[in-house]
Design a protein around this ligand. Structure first.
Ligand SMILES: Cc1cc2nc3c(=O)[nH]c(=O)nc-3n(C[C@H](O)[C@H](O)[C@H](O)COP(=O)(O)O)c2cc1C
Length: 395
C-alpha cells in the first residue's frame, strides 16, 4: 500500500490519475483537445508478448460507457483510449509499463458552471463533505472529482490489460446483476451467465426478472429517484493454490479491490452472510477425488472457491452490494458550507437511476486485476519453492 492510494496490486499493478472534469478548466487553444485532460492508467507487471490494441481495451470501456440506454446517465463520453507506452508496432507488449490515456470529452463549460453554482451545497450520499475535510478549500468540486464514477474508466482500462493476460491462461471473469431494488433473480450458473451476458439493458441473466427490474427502474427514474442492487461475480479457471495465507488472503485482496469502487457497501464470498445461519454440517463443502480431472474437488461450493485465503480450484464466486445513486432529482436537506446554513436543495446534474447497469464491468476489471496479481505472485512463489514435489503443482 501507498500513502495516496492511487496504485493497486503487487506484481501486476495499476496506477491511475484523472477526475470527472479533468481538462475542463484548461481549455487553452494551444493544447490539442484530446490532451487537455482525462484519465491515465499506468499498468506495470504486464508479461511481454501480450497482444494489446485500443480496440481490445475499448471493448471493455464500452460496457461501462454512459448514454447507452434508457437506464443510464445522458452524459456522453466517447472513451477513446490511446496506448502511449509499452506496446510495439506488432501490437505486442514489450514487458515495459503500459501507458493508457482516455481523454475527457464531455466537459462543456455549462456543466462545470452548474457544479460551480452548487459547490457550497453538500450533495447527500456523495463524498463532498469528506473531501472538503481532507483537501480543504482545494477540493475538486466539479462532478465529484476522483469520487466520480468517471474515475472507474481508468480501472476498466487496466482491467482490460489484465483480461488480455488472463485470456492466455484460460481464466474467465464474468459479472452480472442478480438483484435490483429488491427484485431478485434465482441462482445463476456460469453457463447461464455466459449465455445471457449483456442480453438486456440491466445485464441480468434471467430475461423474465430483467424485464421486471427494467420496468421498475424506469418507474424509479420517472419519480426522480434512484435505487441500488447486487452484482454477482464468477471467476472460472483459477487453479488451486493461489493466494497468500495471512494478511493478503485472496478474498481479502479481492475485497480490497471491490470495496475500493465507489458506491460499493458490501461483499460476501460464496454463501457469505447465509453461512452465519447454518450448522457446520450444512456449511462444509466436502472434498472428493475426481477421477476424470485427477483433482480434488468439492461437492458444494458454499465457500466461494477460497479456503484459508487460498483458491481451492472451484469457481470463485462473490456478491457485491451497490447503494442507490446518491444524485436524485428531489428536494433534499443539506448544508450551505460557505454560509453554514441548513437548507433544502434540488440538484440537477446528470446521473444514472441505478449504478448497477454500469458498475458490473468495473467489478470485472478489479477482479481481473486481483486475480492476475495473485496468479503472478503464486508463479513467483513457485520459482522459490522448487523443492515442492511436482504432484502439488498449480493445476
Ligand atoms: C460506475 C459508477 C457510476 C456512478 N455514477 C454516479 C452518478 O451518476 N451520480 C452519483 O451521485 N454517484 C455516482 N456514483 C457513485 C459515487 O461515485 C459514490 O457513491 C460517491 O463517491 C460516494 O462514495 P461511497 O458511496 O463509496 O461512499 C457512481 C459510481 C460508479 C462506480
Amino acid at each position: 500500500m501507498h500513502m495516496m492510494g492511487n496504485s493497486f496490486g503487487r506484481l501486476f499493478r495499476i496506477t491511475t490519475c484523472g477526475e470527472s472534469y479533468g481538462g475542463g478548466f484548461r481549455k487553452f487553444p494551444h493544447i490539442p483537445e484530446n490532451l487537455r485532460g482525462g484519465l491515465i492508467t499506468i499498468v506495470d507487471g504486464v508479461p511481454p508478448g501480450i497482444k494489446l490494441t485500443p480496440e481490445i481495451i475499448e471493448e471493455e470501456l464500452n460496457k461501462r460507457r454512459p448514454g447507452l440506454s434508457r437506464l443510464s446517465t445522458p452524459r456522453k463520453e466517447k472513451d477513446k483510449v490511446y496506448i502511449f507506452a509499452g506496446v510495439m508496432e506488432n501490437d505486442l507488449t514489450t514487458g515495459a509499463p503500459v501507458g493508457l490515456i482516455i481523454p475527457n470529452s464531455d466537459i462543456d463549460d455549462y456543466h462545470i458552471e452548474e457544479h460551480r453554482r452548487n459547490k457550497n451545497y453538500l450533495r447527500p450520499g456523495q463524498a463532498a463533505y469528506t473531501y472538503y475535510k481532507k483537501y480543504g478549500q482545494f477540493a475538486d468540486w466539479a462532478g465529484a472529482g476522483r469520487a466520480s464514477g468517471r474515475e472507474t474508466a481508468s480501472r476498466v482500462a487496466g482491467g482490460a490489460v489484465a483480461k488480455a493476460v488472463l485470456d492466455t491462461m484460460g481464466i474467465d471473469v464474468i459479472a452480472y446483476v442478480v438483484e435490483s431494488h429488491g427484485i431478485k433473480c434465482g441462482p445463476v450458473t456460469y453457463e447461464m451467465a455466459k449465455a445471457n451476458y449483456r442480453k438486456n439493458e440491466i445485464n441480468c441473466p434471467d430475461p423474465e426478472k430483467a424485464r421486471e427490474m427494467i420496468e421498475d427502474l424506469l418507474k424509479v427514474k420517472s419519480e426522480g429517484d434512484s435505487c441500488g442492487g447486487v452484482i454477482e461475480v464468477i471467476v472460472k479457471g483459477v487453479p488451486a493454490g493461489i493466494g497468500e495465507p495471512v494478511f493478503d488472503k485472496l478474498d481479502a485482496i479481492i475485497a480490497h479491490g471491490i470495496m475500493s469502487i465507489g458506491a460499493v457497501k458490501g461483499i460476501e464470498f460464496g454463501d457469505g452472510f447465509e453461512l452465519a445461519r447454518m450448522k457446520g454440517s450444512q456449511a462444509n463443502d466436502t472434498p472428493y477425488y475426481d477421477e476424470t480431472t485427477g483433482r480434488i474437488r468439492f461437492r458444494t461450493n458454499r465457500a466461494g472457491g477460497i479456503l484459508g485465503g487460498i483458491s481451492n480450484g472451484e469457481e470463485i464466486r462473490f456478491r457485491v452490494a451497490v447503494k442507490p445513486t446518491p444524485t436524485i432529482f428531489k428536494e433534499q436537506e443539506t448544508v450551505d458550507i460557505e454560509k453554514l446554513e441548513n437548507i433544502t436543495h434540488k440538484f440537477t446534474s446528470r446521473s444514472d437511476p441505478s449504478i448497477c447497469t454500469r458498475i458490473y464491468p468495473v467489478c470485472e476489471a478489479m477482479t481481473r486485476i486481483c486475480i492476475l496479481d495473485a496468479v503472478l505472485m503464486a508463479k513467483a512463489y513457485r520459482a522459490i519453492s522448487y523443492n515442492i514435489d511436482p504432484r502439488w503443482d498449480l493445476l
